[in-house]
Structure formats: C-alpha cells, structure tokens
Design a protein around this ligand. Structure first.
Ligand code: NAD
Ligand code: ZN
Ligand code: ZN
Length: 363
C-alpha cells in the first residue's frame, strides 16, 4: 500500500471525506493517475439513492481527468506527468467485440467489483472501473486518453461520461441523419451532450424537454431549436404540439432521465420510422410497456451503453471538434466544488440548474 489519500467514501448511509484512503499499486498493464477534476454524473447519485444497487463501502465517481503518476509493469505509450481523461471501459483488447470496434460490448468491462482501495482496514469497492472521487486511482492503461495540457481539467473530466455517452448515443448508436427532428428528454449532463451531438449531426429541429425551466437557456446554448417544460402535461403531447401539422412525430427521441413513463413518452412521440434511444437508468425492476402495433411503422427502441463509444478514437475526435469551436466542453462546467462540498454538489445535481458540477482536487 502507498500513501494515504484524500477521497470520498460512500458507506451506504453517508459520504465521508477522508484523508486515510489507500489504493494498491498499479499491476501489469495498469497505471496510477493523480486526479485533478471529477464530474458528478446522475449515475453516482443513483448509487446513493439505491436506484443502482452497489456494494459498500465504495469510492464513487467515473468521469475524471488527471495526471499519470505511476506506470505498472509493461505499460507503454503513456508517460508519468502526462495529462489524461479517464474512460470507464478498460476493455480487454483481444475479444471479438474489441476486434469489431465495440469495446462497450467487451464482456470484461461489465459487472466487475474489484476492491483496489482500503479504508480503515476495510477493502473498499471501485465504481465503474474508475472511482475518481479519490486523489489517486489505479486504472487499466487503456482507460487513459491523453489530453493537451491547455484543456482545463474540469472540462477534460467531462469527456469520460457525459460527452462520450451523449454525443456517442447520437453519432454511434442512433446515427442521426442530417435534416432530422430530434427530441431530448432531460437537459442534464447527458441530455446537453445529446443536444450538441444532434446539432453536430445536422439535425434541423432539436426539441429539448425538461421540467426545470432554468434549463432552457443551457439547452439553446448547446444547439436546441426549441425548449418545452412539460410539467402538468403529457410529455409526448407537449413535443408533438411543436411539430408541423403534417408531421407523424420525431425521427429520434432520447430519454436522458431514467424514468419508465419518460421512456414510454419517448416512444409515443416517434414518427414513422422513428427511433427511441433509452439512455436513462431507471430502477432495476422498471419495465417499458408499449402497444406493439404502435411500433408497426418501422419504429425502433434501443438501449445504449456509454454512447456505444470507442473512447480512444472518440475522445480524440471530440477534442478536435472542441478546438474548432464545434463542441462545447468548458460551458458544461457550471460550478466547481472542493471535495468537502460533495454533499452540496450532489444536492445541486439533484435539484439545481447545473450542466455539470465538478469536484476539483487541491492538496
Ligand atoms: N446509458 C448510459 O451509458 C448512461 C451514462 C451516464 C448516465 N446515464 C443515466 O442518464 C441519466 C441522466 O444523467 P445526467 O447525469 O444527465 O442527469 P442530470 O441529473 O444531470 O439531468 C437530469 C435532467 O432531467 C430533468 N428531469 C427530471 N425529471 C424530468 C421529467 N419528468 N421530464 C423532463 N425532464 C426531467 C432534470 O431537471 C435534469 O435536468 C441518469 O439516469 C443516468 O444514470 C446513462
Ligand atoms: Zn455517468
Ligand atoms: Zn474485449
């Protein structure tokens, strides 16, 4: 075991901001990364709320940036001191899915529950192969994507979930076509990236939907053409009301909240040949019920893990678009918080007007 680290431990009932966390050294093919910034995604909050069942104690966080601080045996292509964005997969690189360019389908990337940390003598779980709410983490080398030093750490951090998931869902999974009409339900860190992905893909109508009217301004800044607050109304009807009288519905809808009624609304607003993409993670037992005949006119419903991303390639593409002013990263960072303020940051994520809140690490 190495030095004692600062980090946030969730024990099932409270956050502990601690100074006595330990992480094991990097093994073959792994690196240690000193974190500089970590975004808060609703999936972290979902563990706290019990929507995503997860064993404790655990170090949450899966959207971060940092600096490589130690290389495990056999690691090449990364150097100590290099700035990186972390991705959550760490795929094996050798299976048929990796070979086919589908690392999100690599079996080795899902369901692992290692305990690389120790807190006060107790083995402590890692979350989403990352756990970036700790000063140092140990990850597979291929979870690190080098990021130029001049990209602010808080912006780079958001590449690892919000951007890969949201933009990837549009470009990789749905493959939205130019001229499309797109609806995005939920204007949080994921939804905003779906919105900017849809704009990049050439969608001509991007309808953002959120029950928090404070999200309208953000939605427009990221490329929405319309915003609707469906509070007290039927969500699909609120979107349909905005479409031309001869429209059969939207070409694509993206559910970015994690609520079964909104997944149903995503289907209900589809036009002929439309596709609903379900990104939100609801409670484990939640089911989607849809009249089968409603799908008859070539409609599709698809799930999507992590934007069906190829992180090494996609992050580089997104950084190029960011450089060219075509993808917003800095604007995703609404507020930064010190580690001690994690409770406030989680509260703001649940109730506030954040694009993203980001924890920053200073020693
Ligand atoms: N599929 C994946 O790989 C993947 C990856 C990351 C996150 N997620 C999931 O995506 C979802 C969104 O995450 P996020 O970080 O963007 O969350 P977030 O909290 O930042 O945003 C959620 C947004 O939904 C809005 N909202 C809440 N209820 C609504 C309603 N009834 N109608 C319309 N809008 C409503 C909120 O006001 C908020 O703006 C979560 O379920 C998260 O677990 C999935
Ligand atoms: Zn996430
Ligand atoms: Zn694999």
């Amino acid at each position: 075991m190495g030095d004692l680290l600062r980090g946030i431990v969730w024990d099932g009932s409270a956050y502990h901001v601690v100074d006595d966390l330990e992480v094991r050294p990097p093994g073959p093919g792994e690196v240690e990364v000193r974190m500089t910034a970590a975004g808060l995604c609703h999936s972290d909050l979902a563990v706290v709320r019990g929507t995503i069942p997860f064993p404790t104690p655990v170090v949450l966080g899966h959207e971060g940036a940092g600096v490589v601080s130690a290389l495990g045996p056999g690691v090449t292509g990364l150097a100590e001191g290099e700035a990186v964005a972390l991705t959550t997969l760490g795929n094996c690189g050798a299976c048929e899915h990796c070979d086919a360019g589908q690392p999100t389908m690599c079996r080795s990337t899902f369901g692992r529950r290692p305990q690389p940390f120790t807190w006060r003598g107790t083995p402590t779980y890692n979350f989403a192969n990352t756990s970036c709410f700790a000063e140092r983490v140990v990850v597979a080398a291929n979870q690190c994507v080098p990021v130029p030093d001049d990209v602010p750490a808080a912006s780079a951090a958001l590449l690892g979930c919000g951007v890969l998931t949201g933009v990837g869902a549009v470009l990789n999974r749905a493959q939205v076509r130019p001229g499309s009409t797109v609806a995005v339900i939920g204007v949080g860190g994921i939804g905003l990236n779906v919105i900017q992905g849809a704009a990049l893909a050439g969608a001509t109508r991007v309808v953002a939907v959120d029950t928090n009217p404070a999200k309208a301004e953000l939605a427009y800044r990221f490329g929405a053409t319309d915003f609707v607050d469906p509070s007290g109304r039927d969500t699909a009807g609120a979107v349909r009301d905005l479409l031309p009288a001869d429209s059969t519905g939207v070409d694509y809808s993206f559910e970015c909240v994690g609520h079964p009624a909104l997944a149903r609304a995503a289907v209900d607003m589809l036009g002929w040949h439309g596709t609903a993409v379900l990104l939100g993670v609801p409670a484990e037992a939640a089911e989607l019920s849809v009249p089968i005949t409603d799908l008859y006119l070539d409609k599709s419903v698809m799930g999507c893990r992590y934007g069906s991303s190829r992180p090494q390639r996609d992050v580089r593409t997104y950084l190029g678009l960011y450089r060219g002013g075509r993808l917003l990263l800095d604007e995703l960072v609404t507020r930064t918080y010190p580690l001690d303020a994690v409770g406030q940051a989680m509260h703001d994520l649940e109730t506030g007007d954040l694009a993203r809140g980001v924890l920053t690490f200073t020693r």
